[in-house]
Design a protein around this ligand. Structure first.
Ligand SMILES: Cc1cc2nc3c(=O)[nH]c(=O)nc-3n(C[C@H](O)[C@H](O)[C@H](O)COP(=O)(O)OP(=O)(O)OC[C@H]3O[C@@H](n4cnc5c(N)ncnc54)[C@H](O)[C@@H]3O)c2cc1C
Length: 395
């Protein structure tokens, strides 16, 4: 059996070869038992996976080689995350996090920050997480309440953060905090690198439906002194940095979900080809086989939109100009992945609901992609607003 990727028509030969290299590396180097251990809370963070991916040169492949990247394009990042997500959606996020936090450091950070944090992160030696969401703000992130006040050569940061993926394993956090309460909400934000050892308390408060082994911790930041040199960019750059992070994040999480969904589809296809009811294989019932058709279309379309948006980023199209492409890709990839996992489970009937097959785990894990780094509702808002802007010239 061979898998045919119609969207390879949008990739170069090198990119296809690179995807095969990633796939072979993951199959050879990563113990599949890790996934089970994560799901049953035996692993608090996938250190082994991140370290091996770092050693193999598969973290932050689009970053410059001098910081341990490979100098490849963003399309290549998308390809790695689909492969990581195919093994386990939470692992896709653990690898992606090095890109989400690494991009703002690389684009806005000082050389000192790049050497101290970016380079070891891409070697898999330092673990990072992002601290944006708070108990009182998620989608409307401009309303961050965490405060950072300048005192001499340092900032004193106080606040509470919620839902930090991989927070429990993190050595440092990218923290969004308010430095100026007197200007419009989004203009008063700044981004900092805060090491756990500087005084952050990390608590795993909630049990999750899925996504275990990455988890989503809460942070208590109590008058924590952070060197002023740990400010990324300038005071007030927080909003730009946030948008820059999200661009990459939305595409890679979408790709991870596509990877997870493609594995569900493979299981469903095999099962439908073997299982018989009423004297014939269930694939012979259109109600079953047309679900497979819809999965194939959805996954190809999702990959096409992900590659399209990643190519735009590679061409230097960013911010508002990339917003619709990124939101379309994230929306389609996440909703397709969810539907594919759900329909795959349906095709397996009762046994699909058990742990005999991993579909139930993929389903639990990927549910969060419809919520985090911008829920589907917000993706639709971005798309409709941008479409009206383009077609009516309105602001
Ligand atoms: C497992 C997990 C991991 C996470 N990891 C991280 C992380 O690493 N770092 C981090 O900072 N955060 C993280 N988050 C937080 C996540 O990004 C937020 O939960 C998400 O942005 C939604 O915010 P909220 O939960 O506050 O929901 P709310 O913003 O309160 O939204 C509630 C509902 O209202 C809808 N809604 C809100 N505003 C609008 C609108 N204008 N139009 C239409 N509908 C709207 C939303 O779509 C949603 O359905 C994580 C969350 C989870 C569950």
């Amino acid at each position: 059996m061979s898998e045919v990727y119609l969207t390879d028509v949008f990739l170069t030969g090198e990119e296809v070869k690179f995807r095969e290299e990633v796939r072979a590396f993951i199959a050879r180097e990563i113990d599949p038992g890790l996934v089970e251990r994560m799901d049953s809370y035996e692993e608090e963070y996938p250190y082994e996976f991140v370290r091996k991916m770092g050693k193999g040169g598969f973290l932050g492949v689009s970053f410059p080689q001098k910081y341990n990247g490979r100098g490849l394009n963003f399309v290549s990042e998308v390809l790695v995350n689909e492969e990581a997500g195919a093994l386990c959606f939470s692992l896709n996020c653990s690898r992606g996090m090095t890109v989400y936090v690494g991009r703002p450091i690389n684009t806005y950070g000082s050389e000192e920050l790049k050497q101290r944090y970016l380079a070891p992160t891409l070697r898999g030696e330092l673990i990072c997480a992002e601290a944006l969401t708070e108990p009182n703000c998620g989608s409307d992130i401009a309303n961050v309440e965490t405060k950072a006040v300048r005192e001499g050569d340092a900032y004193v940061i106080s606040g509470a953060k919620r839902f930090q993926a991989g927070g429990i394993g993190a050595d440092y956090f990218l923290v969004l905090a308010r430095t100026n309460p007197k200007v419009a909400a989004h203009k008063g934000l700044s981004a900092f690198i805060v090491e756990r050892e500087m005084g952050i308390k990390v608590v795993e408060r909630f049990e999750l439906l899925g996504f275990r082994g990455m988890g989503a911790s809460d942070l208590l930041i109590k008058a924590t002194k952070v060197p002023a040199s740990n400010l990324i960019g300038k005071e007030g750059d927080g909003w730009r940095i946030f948008l820059h992070m999200l661009e990459g994040e939305r595409l890679l999480e979408g790709a991870g979900a596509v990877g997870a969904a493609r594995e569900c589809m493979k299981i469903a296809v095999k099962y439908a080809n073997e299982r018989s009811t009423f004297g014939k294989k269930i694939r012979e019932y259109q109600a079953v086989s047309h679900k497979i058709a819809d999965m194939a279309v959805g996954l190809d379309a999702s990959r096409a939109l992900l590659i399209q948006a990643a190519r735009l980023i590679d061409k230097g199209v960013v911010g508002v100009d990339a917003a619709r492409a990124v939101a379309e890709a994230k929306l389609l990839a996440s909703e397709t992945a969810w539907r594919t996992a759900n329909d795959s489970l349906q095709i397996l009937g009762g046994i699909g609901y058990t742990k005999k097959y991993p579909i139930e785990r993929y389903l639990r894990d990927i549910r969060v992609v419809l919520i985090y780094n911008g829920p589907s509702e917000i993706m639709r808002e971005i798309i409709q607003r941008q479409t009206f802007r383009e077609l009516t010239g309105s602001k």
